[in-house]
Design a binder for this molecule. Structure first.
Ligand SMILES: [Zn+2]
Length: 131
């Protein structure tokens, strides 16, 4: 598939920034949790509050990063989903069009030219007898 891709640059930036932000957020989150849990032994309340702040900031950073990653990889995932479901979509569309008589049987009405199913006795569009 060779379509012109105007969003390639944006996508690269989104994926890069999102990946870095998500990774950084995860590190901050882990450091925050570890620091918070380890500070329970101490008497000061400054250490747990600082760790909790880091935990919250890390979580926020990770959420934003994942959202950016999500946007940056949307095309990739959409293409994958499209490829994976193409067969089923084609089969469904074929079954639907067969049911509606849209698939050309090679027969068409001599009066109005409408496509008809192979076993049609009369044209479903104008009602004239099929040859
Ligand atoms: Zn007809």
């Amino acid at each position: 598939m060779t379509t012109t891709d105007a969003n390639a640059g944006k996508r690269r930036v989104l994926t890069l920034v999102g990946g870095v932000a998500a990774a950084l957020g995860l590190v901050m989150l882990v450091i925050g949790i570890v620091g918070f849990l380890r500070s329970f032994g101490s008497d000061s309340m400054d250490a747990p509050m600082g760790s909790f702040g880091l935990f919250v900031a890390g979580g926020f950073c990770m959420v934003v990063g994942l959202a950016l990653l999500n946007a940056g990889t949307l095309r990739l995932r959409a293409n994958y989903v499209a490829q994976e479901t193409a067969g089923a979509v084609r089969a469904t569309a074929g079954a639907v069009s067969d049911g509606l008589g849209l698939k050309s049987s090679g027969r068409s009405c001599s009066s109005c030219g409408a496509n008809e199913t192979a076993d049609a006795k009369f044209c479903s569009n104008c009602g004239s007898a099929m040859a």
